[in-house]
Structures are given as structure tokens and as C-alpha cells.
Write a protein that binds this ligand. Structure first.
Ligand code: HEC
Ligand code: HEC
Ligand code: HEC
Ligand code: HEC
Length: 217
């Protein structure tokens, strides 16, 4: 090893020991979902509270999944779903079943992201990255359908028993009665960013790896 290389290794080890080199954090803390760090926030010492609170959580009956929810709730059950002539999935249900409703509560831009913590008219604006604007998901990857039935009908879709992220695809589907629903939270991990995955994705999409986990193409 050349002297310069040895010096670089020593410098790297030294900086790492001092914490200058941040290794993959994989946490909601300091992620885009850490709203305590957003300019204009009133609540700078809490992170979870923007979405979950231990008491007095939202009790809207429209929430079929309610992890002690404190953030906005999109109550519409008639969002326009994706559709196409080649689709096998049954898209007749409410596309926001399960955790997707929680995401849309902030991401369609109609509800302030800090509604839980600031009860006046001067709330933080909705996220700059918006999905579901105008109550339509027609131009977004299909969600809200039974994955098992879709995979059975489409030979180019992997069965739910296929390996995916830290488990199988089935582990990332929302159990709704007899159906296992694909949702926003099938692809996205709302709590993780800054780790090995970008855009809160469970599987990094480099080389379209995320898409190829499910699509046989
Ligand atoms: C920006 C909103 C947001 C923030 C901030 C947030 N969560 Fe969540 N959390 C969600 C959503 C949405 C779900 C449902 C996601 C899903 O089903 O994958 C969830 C689900 C959960 C669950 C139940 C499912 C699971 O993954 O175990 C727990 C527990 C949880 N969050 C804890 C926390 C804690 C603790 C914090 C703070 C350190 C936190 N969350 C911060 C949005 C948030
Ligand atoms: C409490 C409000 C809130 C909830 C609930 C919420 N988000 Fe977000 N999300 C935000 C905000 C605000 C930003 C933009 C932060 C910024 O300005 O960088 C964001 C950013 C994102 C980004 C972009 C990250 C990046 O790297 O730029 C993705 C992807 C995302 N959210 C997905 C989701 C999904 C999926 C859910 C549900 C599982 C969800 N969010 C729930 C408020 C929310
Ligand atoms: C099939 C997987 C998949 C599903 C389902 C999915 N997303 Fe995404 N999402 C992605 C990928 C991949 C990206 C990154 C796109 C890029 O970088 O060009 C992304 C990006 C985003 C972004 C940030 C940038 C942008 O393109 O606007 C937001 C916000 C977001 N998704 C929210 C959502 C919400 C809310 C839902 C449910 C309504 C959802 N996603 C469902 C795969 C998915
Ligand atoms: C968790 C599994 C999963 C992931 C990840 C995923 N998809 Fe899908 N996708 C599906 C299923 C299931 C369908 C419905 C197939 C059907 O009904 O024939 C679908 C439908 C589609 C459709 C519509 C097909 C049609 O006939 O109209 C397209 C296009 C598509 N996905 C592209 C993508 C792309 C691009 C990515 C990566 C960004 C991706 N998908 C990631 C499971 C997934």
C-alpha cells in the first residue's frame, strides 16, 4: 500500500471515530418526515407527534387503520383510481384502503401537515411533493386492490410469497378482511430515509430493482 493510501485510511478511521462520517441512519429522525426540522414549525422538540400521539388520537371511523393517528385525515372514499385496458387488478374498491389514507392526509395538498400541532390559520403548507392532487390517483401506480387476486390473474406478476425487502411481498400488504391490499406503504417506508434507500423506498430502485421485485419483465 502506498503511503498516501495508508494516510487516507488512517484519516478515514479517525473521522469515523469522531462521528464526522455519518453512516446509514435509516430513521425518521432528520428525514424528510422529521417535520420538527422544517422551517416555520412551531413544534421543534417532537418528531412522532406530527403523525402519532399516545392519547386523544383521531377517531374518524373512515380510518380502517389507525396507528394512534394525529395528522390530517382525508375522509373521501371516492378518489379516482388508476385504470387501463391491460390491468387485471380489481380497482372497484376505495383506493385509499389502509395506510394510503394516512399518506394522502398530507400528500394531496389539501390538509396542513402540522394540523395536529397548530390550531390556527397560519399552518405549514402541504408537502411540496404531492400525490393525489384533485382527488385522483389515475396517473399513479395502482393501489387499493387485492394483490393475491391480481397476481393470480397476471402471469407477469410475482406471487406474494416472493422475497421482498426484509421479508416477502405479503409482509408489505395491508390485511383487509379476506383481501391483501397493495398500498403506498407496500413500496414506501414512511419512517426510513437517509439509509440505503431513497425516497423512503423499501427497495432501492437502482436499475429498477423495486419494479423488478414484482414485475416479471
Ligand atoms: C410523517 C408521519 C409519521 C411520522 C413522523 C412517524 N410516523 Fe409512525 N407511522 C406513520 C404511518 C403513515 C404509519 C403506517 C405505515 C405503514 O403501515 O407502513 C405509521 C406506523 C407506525 C407504527 C405501526 C406500524 C409499525 O411500523 O410498527 C408505529 C409503531 C409507529 N408508526 C411509530 C412511530 C414513532 C415511534 C415515530 C417517531 C419516532 C413515528 N412513528 C413517526 C407515519 C409517521
Ligand atoms: C404529517 C404529514 C405527512 C404524512 C402523514 C406523510 N408525509 Fe410524506 N412528506 C411530508 C412532507 C412535509 C414531505 C416533504 C418534506 C420536504 O420538504 O422535504 C414529505 C415527503 C415525502 C417523500 C419524498 C421524500 C424525499 O426524499 O423527498 C415521500 C416519498 C413521501 N413523503 C411518502 C409518504 C408516504 C408513502 C406516506 C404514507 C405511508 C407519507 N409520505 C405520509 C409529509 C407527510
Ligand atoms: C409501486 C411502488 C409505489 C407505490 C405503490 C407508491 N409509490 Fe411513491 N414512489 C415510488 C417510487 C419508485 C418513487 C421515486 C420516483 C422517482 O424518484 O422518480 C416514488 C416517489 C414518491 C414521492 C416523491 C416524489 C414524487 O415523485 O412525487 C412521493 C411524495 C410519493 N412517492 C408518495 C406516494 C404515495 C402518497 C403513495 C400512495 C398514494 C405512493 N407514493 C405509492 C414508488 C411507489
Ligand atoms: C409490490 C409489487 C409491485 C411493485 C414494487 C411494483 N409493482 Fe407495478 N404493479 C403491481 C401489480 C400487482 C400490478 C397490477 C397488475 C395487473 O393487474 O395486471 C401493477 C401494475 C403496474 C402497471 C400497470 C399495468 C397495466 O396493465 O396497466 C404498471 C405500468 C406498473 N405496475 C409499473 C411498475 C413500475 C414502473 C414499478 C417500479 C417503479 C412497479 N410497477 C413496482 C405490483 C408491483
Amino acid at each position: 500500500m502506498k503511503l498516501i493510501n495508508i494516510l487516507m485510511v488512517l484519516l478515514f478511521t479517525f473521522l469515523l471515530s469522531l462521528g464526522f462520517i455519518v453512516t446509514a441512519s435509516a430513521s425518521v429522525v432528520n428525514s424528510a418526515h422529521d417535520l420538527s426540522t422544517r422551517p416555520g414549525t412551531v413544534e421543534t422538540d417532537k418528531i412522532c407527534a406530527f403523525c402519532h400521539i399516545p392519547h386523544h388520537a383521531k377517531n374518524d371511523t373512515v380510518l380502517d387503520y389507525n396507528p394512534l393517528w394525529s395528522a390530517g385525515v382525508q375522509t373521501s372514499t371516492s378518489f379516482i383510481p388508476y385504470t387501463s385496458a391491460t390491468l387485471d387488478a380489481d380497482m372497484t374498491g376505495d383506493p385509499l384502503v389502509g395506510p394510503s389514507r394516512l399518506c394522502i392526509g398530507c400528500h394531496d395538498g389539501t390538509i396542513a401537515v402540522d394540523i395536529a400541532l397548530k390550531a390556527d390559520s397560519n399552518r405549514m403548507i402541504a408537502p411540496p411533493v404531492r400525490i393525489g392532487v384533485g382527488a385522483t390517483l389515475a396517473s399513479d401506480h395502482p393501489i387499493g386492490f387485492d394483490y393475491i387476486a391480481a397476481a393470480a390473474a397476471d402471469v407477469e406478476i410475482q406471487p406474494a410469497t416472493t422475497g421482498f425487502a426484509a421479508g416477502t411481498i405479503a409482509d408489505y400488504l395491508f390485511n383487509s378482511g379476506a383481501e391483501q391490499i397493495m398500498t403506498c406503504a407496500t413500496c414506501h417506508d414512511v419512517h426510513e430515509q437517509g439509509g440505503p434507500h431513497e425516497q423512503f423506498l423499501y427497495v432501492n430502485n437502482t436499475g429498477s430493482a423495486l419494479c423488478l421485485s414484482c414485475h416479471i419483465k
